[in-house]
Write a protein that binds this ligand. Structure first.
Ligand code: ADP
Ligand code: MG
Ligand code: MG
Length: 903
């Protein structure tokens, strides 16, 4: 026999989701465990693929198998499809492996035609119910199969009819009126399609099945799959199931429920139902549904039966269930169950509660919470009640989670002044502002820090705004392209709305939505369950988790979130601060060796203070400090800006303005310097270790500042473990030269200070050549830290900002790349280099400590990869530390236990 295309419910089970889809597999499972499920069968997902491989034609022989299966249902129901007595009606329901709510099509009441309508009226004596079902069938099947919009039936013909007869809801219509509506619907089909609505039940069924296959590739389904990373090639199954009727009277109804509260996780049934209603009526807002608790009073027997079933299903699946049910004349039927979607707080609470109830093991609890669940937990959210009513102005890319309310400002200085309360005579009166820009750059950082959130019209998840905001734990919506930002006009426009400086907006960094006005926010719920879950994560993980932190404030934050050290402390951020930048500029520009030394001495004092603060905050934990990395011209004004300024001064002198000559001279001098330092490609230019070779004074100074800072803290009785990291090494010779010089200096300091400091020297592995010669490099380096941002740039030969702005998104859409390699490590390329480096590095130096400090260190999938190549630790921004702790535990578990996670 060839391919089995059709499975009766009793032939399937919950493990067969690939073949039967989630809905079909769970319908089968529920039937098998003896729950009241109307009989039916499932056409497999393979048939959907066959349909498409066939160029969109129904596979030959399919309908024969369907007829066979229908016979089985007819027997179980003692009814006949199309029969002139006791006719069988069925539903045709879509259902892919992963739930795609509302994305695909479902048709109810198939099998109704003039003959069966009459038979059903005779049988039930309830003409109203029969025509109510009939009009629904005509509407649904025409919508999905004949391209006649549901709205034309529902919002026009049906609504107008109700108005005409003065009916408020569908319940006010009587039998004859329902019949008349069915006739109006049939007429509409005739007029619009030029043909009769099909009366043959098998024709209806075939058309319905094909419509479900087609709906797999409708636009909203495609968009949804992309969003949720559901593969396009898995196809949907089709379920055909005997109808039970929630619309056959006042002792009937239909509803949906969760076995626990999906927004808080509280252990209490949560749901809604409607009496005398069918299918989607509950969610479609036809009438106002009633909370499930009311069923207890209205019909205690059915309620008890329902609670029984709900409990049984939760125990059986060992997870919170999302249920769909129908009551037909006081009898309960189950129509769907699946693991319920839930918010972050609910995910954590349910997972922990279920362990305490003995339903699942700790290992499973850890697997059930995701990084984005935790992300929600650690940030403010928009109150779901407020969210229901609000309509977004626009949507951007959710770039850093959390919600925020604030007055719009367009300038980083204005933001900073607003925060400080020094802003005067302006429309911005509060301290809470949201910085809105086309895109941000390093000059805006102080303003971002002072803002509640950042909103940009350009750039993606790894744009400057996004990276910095995530680092600081500030919500960010990036790339909201509908926004027309006019910084100089102090306004942005979107659609027809103008938003000016001082206007209040709310943004949601988790969804990317932007709202006008203030929405109610709720505080993060870091409940007891969160602490419990994190402690379990720590028990299971084998990798350490560190944080990237550049100052004492971030270091303390990191500790609070459970960091076990600092994996990357970037010293250059310290140079940008107001009191230091002039010193750095002078240092770069001077030709006078003694002036240079003066500047270095001054800088050493402030840098040492920074390090002391960080070492103190990290008492006893290792701190990796990276020596200066960026090209020096980043500390100078930009070339373009200087050209503009000098031209302007020249023009003014030309127009006769006096006293500007000195100014011009300084600017021209600076311009000359900047021009001489200009590089074709700064990313690949004079930076990192190369700088240390050309200009050794700077890193010697930094080494002194680090070790003297360490000594000062050690003298206070605290432990310090400084790890000095030399960036951008491509050949061992670079490392040798620089490290020898620095080590000599280090020895000197230790001697001077008279305290023992267990310092180490190591390097970043962020260039392919370094990874490939890791064995040589490990002769000097006492530790490796993978700088995967640069390593990804240089492995692909992409400049990140250019790639993200210009082509990466398209690459991902066209499946040239499976995903953005700056978000998740590219395992075959970048990952392979890392693996080689770890193996060859450790072969040369036993137990070589290896970690990662690129942005990937906070990405769960990349963390999983890090585990697989045996890194000692991952390091990420402080706000992602809990996520990394969880991901590290999951990665450790993945190799040990295989848990059936129902999806
Ligand atoms: P979706 O995947 O969009 O949820 P479903 O296939 O679950 O679509 O169908 C939607 C609703 O239609 C169900 O929740 C249920 O109320 C109703 N329904 C589907 N099949 C039947 C049936 N055989 N009998 C009664 N109601 C049904
Ligand atoms: Mg459903
Ligand atoms: Mg780098």
């Amino acid at each position: 026999m060839d391919l089995k295309r059709v499975y009766l419910f009793r032939e399937g089970n919950a493990t067969m989701k690939d073949l039967l889809g989630g809905k079909g597999a769970n319908l089968a499972e529920m039937s098998n465990i003896g729950l009241p499920v109307p009989p039916g069968f499932t056409i497999t997902t393979e048939v959907c693929n066959e349909y498409y491989a066939n160029g969109g034609k129904m596979p030959a022989g399919l309908m024969d198998s369907v007829r066979e299966a229908v016979k089985d249902v007819e027997k179980l129901m003692s009814r006949t499809l199309g029969g002139s007595t006791k006719p069988l009606l069925v539903s045709v329901r879509s259902g892919a492996k992963f739930s795609m709510p509302g994305m695909m099509d479902t048709v109810l009441n198939l099998g109704l035609n003039p003959t069966t309508v009459k038979a059903m009226v005779d049988e039930t004596g309830n003409k109203r119910f029969v025509y109510d079902s009939y009009r629904r069938l005509i509407m649904m099947l025409s919508d999905v199969a004949f391209g006649l919009s549901k709205h034309e039936f529902d919002d026009k013909i049906f609504k107008e009819y109700k108005q005409k007869v003065g009916a408020e809801s569908d319940l006010d219509l009587d039998a004859d009126q329902m019949e008349e509506i069915s006739q109006l619907f049939l007429k509409h089909v005739r007029e619009k399609t030029g043909r009769e609505f099909p009366t043959d039940p098998f024709e209806q069924m075939e058309v319905g099945i094909e419509a479900v296959f087609k709906s797999w590739n409708n636009d909203r389904a495609i968009v949804y799959r992309r969003q949720e990373r559901i593969p396009d090639e898995i196809g949907t199954a089709v379920n055909i199931q005997a109808m039970v009727f929630g619309n056959a009277g006042d002792d009937c109804g239909t509803g949906v429920a969760f076995t626990r509260d999906p927004s808080t996780g509280e252990k209490a049934i949560y749901g809604e139902y409607l009496m005398n209603a069918q299918g989607e009526d509950v969610v479609a807002g036809v009438r106002t549904p009633v909370p499930i608790s009311a069923l207890q009073k209205q019909n205690p027997q059915v309620f008890d039966a329902f609670m029984d079933t709900a409990n049984k299903l939760e125990k059986h699946y060992r997870d919170m269930q999302d249920l769909e049910f129908t009551i037909e004349h006081d009898k309960l039927f189950m129509l769907q169950c699946r693991s319920g979607k839930r918010t972050g707080p609910a995910a954590v609470k349910i997972a922990v509660d279920m362990v305490e109830e003995g339903l699942i093991k700790k290992e499973e609890a850890l697997q059930r919470v995701t990084g984005s669940h935790l992300d929600q937990l650690l940030h403010k959210r928009i109150d779901p009640a407020a969210l229901d009513k609000a309509k977004p102005l626009a949507k951007g890319i959710p770039a850093s989670p959390g919600a925020a309310v604030g007055q719009v400002v367009f300038d980083a200085d204005v933001a900073a002044e607003a925060k400080a309360g020094t802003l005067q005579g302006d429309v911005v009166i509060g301290k809470k502002v949201i910085l809105v820009r086309d895109e941000t750059n390093p000059d805006d950082v102080h303003g971002m820090l002072a803002s509640q959130a950042v909103l940009t019209a350009r750039g993606g998840k790894t744009s400057h705004a996004a990276v910095v905001a995530r680092g600081f734990g500030i919500p960010c919506v990036a790339g909201a392209e509908a926004l027309n930002v006019e910084v100089h006009e102090e306004k942005f426009t979107v659609g027809g709305t103008v938003v000016r400086q001082g206007d209040v907006i709310t943004i949601d960094g988790a969804s990317g939505a932007i709202y006008l006005g203030e929405l109610q926010l709720i505080e993060p719920e870091v409940s007891g369950a969160f602490g419990t879950l994190m402690s379990w994560a720590d028990d299971y993980r084998t990798m350490k988790v560190r944080a990237n932190a550049d100052n004492p404030r971030d270091a303390r934050q990191a500790i609070e979130f459970g960091a076990e050290g600092i994996g990357l402390c970037r010293t250059e951020h310290m140079f940008f601060e107001e009191d230091r930048l002039p010193l750095v500029q002078e240092l770069i520009l001077t030709k006078d060796e003694s002036v240079r030394q003066q500047m270095l001495d001054k800088l050493q004092v402030v840098q040492q203070q920074d390090f002391e603060g960080i070492f103190e905050a990290m008492d006893g934990k290792p701190v990796t400090v990276r020596l200066i990395d960026p090209p020096l011209h980043e500390f100078l004004p930009s070339f373009e800006e200087l050209v503009r300024e000098t031209t302007e001064i020249k023009t003014r002198i030309h127009m006769g303005q006096k006293g500007l000559e000195k100014d011009l001279e300084t600017k021209m001098k600076m311009l000359g310097e900047v021009e001489s330092m200009k590089e074709q490609n700064p990313m690949l230019g004079l930076r990192g270790v190369r700088l240390s070779i050309i200009l050794p004074g700077l890193v010697i100074m930094q080494t002194r500042a680090i070790l003297q800072g360490a000594a000062a803290v050690a003298k206070k009785g605290m432990k310090v473990f400084p790890e000095i990291m030399i960036p951008l090494v491509s050949t061992v010779n670079e490392l040798r030269v620089v490290q020898n010089a620095l080590e000599a200096e280090a020895k000197k300091i230790v001697k001077e200070q008279g305290v023992d400091i267990p310092y180490m020297f190591g390097t970043m592995i962020e260039l392919p050549r370094a990874a490939l010669t890791a064995g040589e490099i490990a002769q000097y380096a006492q530790f490796f830290s993978f700088g995967t941002n640069d390593l990804t740039q240089t492995t692909f030969g992409y400049s990140r900002d250019d790639a993200e702005g210009k082509f990466l998104q398209q690459y991902v859409e066209q499946k040239i790349l499976p995903r953005n390699p700056f978000e998740t490590i590219d395992v075959p390329g970048v990952g392979r280099l890392m693996k080689i480096a770890v193996e060859e590095g450790r072969a040369a130096r036993e137990g070589l400590k290896c970690g990662i400090c690129g942005e990937h260190g906070g990405d769960p999938e990349s963390i999983d990869f890090c585990q697989s190549i045996n890194l000692d630790y991952v390091s990420c921004s402080p706000f992602r530390v809990p996520i990394a702790r969880l991901a590290a535990a999951q990665a450790a578990l993945r190799t040990k236990v295989k848990v059936a996670v129902d999806k």
